[in-house]
Design a protein around this ligand. Structure first.
Ligand code: WT7
Length: 709
């Protein structure tokens, strides 16, 4: 029996599952412009239109010398960009520098008594810690001595750092950078298993941990994760020789997990023997890898994005200076976690290279109440603020008027990580920014090192919901599936690509250069032999559209990645976790709209024949536990539906787009070609109940979800 839903789907004979991006018209109301204040413009780093001109396409790639010149080099580069082996670009060829030197040593002459890092513990009764550039220099040197001498680490070795937001995290990263050790920081909220897999992939034999930390009023015994990480890495064939542990409260071990003799060491104790030691920063090739940052993609395993020293540091320094308007006098607070790329680029490397004061907050913004961020801002006189739409939505929902109670003043605010709804933007502007702060909505990715689209805060008007024009030296284009350009003002969406290389782009995927090429460059490359960079546009896997004024609006991922609270979650990773449960035959994970987090994962599972469906609750609990142990709480599903069968194509592929449509009360489209169309209605009843509600238009990313796979 054909349901009304099926009729709806069949009335338009679409090329079925392969709906072209460009066919999706976007219903988007044009928003009005907002202008930065005269006061902001007067003091801004980027207010000279001549500088913008310098970055015009005809000056590519030499325009990027401007960013590199903001750094101190041991040896100047002789060539800005080498494109002889596309798409493996080389930036600032022949140049030598050290990233730690650029973030620490070079500031001592002028700023040694200035705060580099201000650490705010989550418990409000604990005092903040100020680390001056001088103190940072000392601590980084002593730790570098520990890493080199005690841990036996050398330039080029990889180290996995699984740590929370405490000052020892940036100190550890900088100490690695000083020696040219490639750090791989794993977000503290990820599970020990997730850490172990990443450690094995990177070939780390040393793990760096903290014993624990405060989160939302609870003490988290983090060292417990180290045991699992070591076991997981060893299962993968990677031996872990040493686990170095920072004590959150020096002198006291705050974890219940025993220290393992010979293997585990308290850094706080070991470092005493290196008191006052200094270590020469290793002069690194501009192309030497600085760090790995694992991120989710379309296959089961996260990939290690490898970032270079010179190009990366130049790019984050230049963009932090011009787009976040960071001056050395500013107190800058980014609420992101250093365990994500945002924290690497815009808590640690960018701001410190600019000699700014970077605030580090241990906990969650709503602890003990939603006034906390504003009390921190007031107390420390923060004047540049940076957060995500998820945090803004949450703070708005819980405390509409809260910011008004506090006497702080932001000159500038950043939003990053997800599309921001215009009404949420408006609250950020009016209430958090008190109508005084310039806002930049920055679109970029783990792979891209730094911002790709954003307004120039003193020069371009802001438009709520739009990232804005491309960043200096970035030349994007939107193409449809067939490679036709989607034009400005057409009201159509397509795949956003960057036509040119830029210094912040990752070098490769660690250990998998083939995947680097196929994932990011194959889609629109027409000649695999070409040595011309123009033939190698970067494919971002984001849907986007461009308005008449040249402002880009980012619609979200076009692949199997779900953006949960601004963090990437590979649906395949979650599905693999589900499939470790013996009773489960098949699993499919789709995004659901969430008022605060943007998107959240919803799991569909079907059981193996013979497995008893009576214990639904027990199996659902197993699924949640499997996901939390293999990935982390961040991936916890909003719902777990047990279905009789998955909707499948005749070739047996699970139609995730159909599940996503049902979950979000959207049109399922044409389902007549499925192998088992009847199951669709069964699943609909299961998810939505018998009564058929009104169909929703649904957001663009969910309309696209599952089209590719
Ligand atoms: C994905 C990248 C960028 C650092 C934090 C996330 C989405 C990012 C925006 C924005 C709309 C955005 C994209 C992108 N995204 N910024 N301003 N507007 N969407 O890095 O974890 O690598 O995620 O986040 O979908 O592909 P990431």
């Amino acid at each position: 029996m054909a349901t009304p839903r099926q009729k709806l789907g069949t009335k338009e004979p679409k090329a079925s599952q392969t709906l072209s991006e460009a066919q999706i018209a976007v219903h988007w109301k044009e928003e009005q412009y907002y202008y930065p204040s005269k006061k902001f413009i007067a003091q801004a780093n980027l207010k000279d239109p001549a500088l913008v001109k310098k970055f015009s396409e005809k000056n590519f790639p030499a325009c990027f010398d401007h960013y590199a010149s903001a750094l101190d080099w041991d040896k100047k580069w002789h060539k800005t960009l080498d494109t002889s082996n596309p798409p493996f670009w080389k930036w600032f060829v022949g140049g030598k520098l050290n990233a730690c030197y650029n973030c620490v040593d070079r500031h001592l002459a002028k700023y040694k008594n200035k705060a580099a890092i201000i650490f705010v513990p989550e418990p409000e009764g604990e005092t903040t810690t100020v680390i001056t550039y001088q103190e940072l220099y000392k601590r980084v040197n002593e730790l570098a001595a520990v890493l080199g001498d005690f841990a036996g680490l050398k330039t080029g070795d990889r180290v996995t750092i699984h740590m929370p937001m405490i000052p020892e995290l940036p100190i550890t990263m900088l100490a690695c950078a000083r020696l040219g050790i490639v750090h791989s920081v794993v977000f503290g909220g990820f599970s020990g298993e997730a850490c172990g897999l990443r450690a094995a992939d990177s070939g780390s034999r040393v793990l760096i941990y903290a014993d624990g930390y405060w989160r939302n009023g609870k003490w988290v015994d983090h060292k417990a994760a180290a045991e699992i990480a070591v076991k997981t890495a060893e299962k993968e064939g990677q031996r872990i020789d040493k686990v170095l542990v920072w004590q959150r409260y020096p002198g006291k071990y705050s974890s219940e997990t025993p220290m393992v003799k010979e293997r585990d060491h308290f850094i706080n104790d070991v470092v005493k023997a290196y008191h006052g030691q200094t270590v020469q920063p290793v002069s690194q090739d501009a192309e030497a890898p600085l760090f790995l940052m694992y991120t989710s993609g379309t296959t089961g395993r996260p990939k290690g994005c490898q970032h270079r020293t010179g190009g990366y540091l130049a790019y984050v320094t230049g963009t932090a200076k011009y787009y976040q308007d960071i001056h050395p006098e500013d107190v800058y607070w980014c609420m992101a976690d250093i365990g994500w790329i945002t924290g690497h680029s815009y808590i640690v490397y960018g701001p410190l290279a600019l000699a700014a004061t970077s605030v580090l907050y241990e906990g969650v913004p709503q602890y003990p109440d939603v006034g906390r961020p504003w009390r921190i801002a007031e107390r420390l006189d923060v004047n540049i603020f940076h957060t995500s739409p998820t945090a803004i939505r949450m703070l708005r929902k819980a405390g509409l008027d809260e910011p008004r109670k506090y006497n702080y003043h932001f000159k500038h605010m950043t939003t990053v990580g997800e599309p921001i709804e215009p009404e949420v933007w408006q609250w950020y502007y009016d209430v958090v920014g008190k109508g005084e702060a310039a806002i930049v909505d920055t679109w970029w990715q783990t792979e891209t090192g730094g911002f790709l689209c954003t307004t120039k805060p003193a020069l371009d008007p802001m438009k709520p919901g739009s990232a804005g024009p491309p960043a200096l030296g970035i030349y994007p284009v939107i193409w449809d599936e067939e490679g036709r350009e989607v034009k400005a003002g057409s009201n159509l969406a397509g795949n956003i690509c960057i036509r040119n290389p830029w210094p912040g782009i990752m070098q490769t995927i660690w250990g998998d250069p083939q995947r680097f090429v196929s994932q990011y460059y194959k889609k629109y490359n027409k000649n695999a032999q070409s040595k011309d960079w123009r033939d190698w546009p970067y494919y971002a896997a984001d849907g986007a559209m461009i308005a008449k004024d040249g402002y880009y609006r980012i619609l979200g991922r076009v692949d199997d990645v779900i953006n949960v609270a601004g963090h990437r979650l590979g649906t395949k990773e979650v599905e693999s976790a589900c499939l470790t449960i013996p009773e489960i035959a098949e699993a499919a994970v789709v995004p659901a709209v969430d008022e605060v987090k943007g998107r959240v994962p919803v799991v569909f599972i079907s059981l193996k024949p013979g497995a008893s469906a009576e214990e639904t609750r027990a199996i659902q609990d197993k699924v949640t536990t499997a996901i939390e142990t293999m990935i982390g709480k961040i991936a916890r599903p909003k719902e777990i539906h047990m279905v009789p069968d998955m909707p499948k194509t005749r070739s047996g592929k699970i139609m995730r787009r159909v599940l996503a449509a049902i979950e979000n009360h959207m049109d399922t489209g044409d389902i007549t070609t499925l192998a088992n169309p009847d199951v669709v209605e069964q699943i609909r009843v299961l998810v939505q109940g018998h009564e058929e509600g009104k169909l929703q238009e649904g957001p663009e990313d969910i309309k696209r979800f599952g089209q590719e796979s």
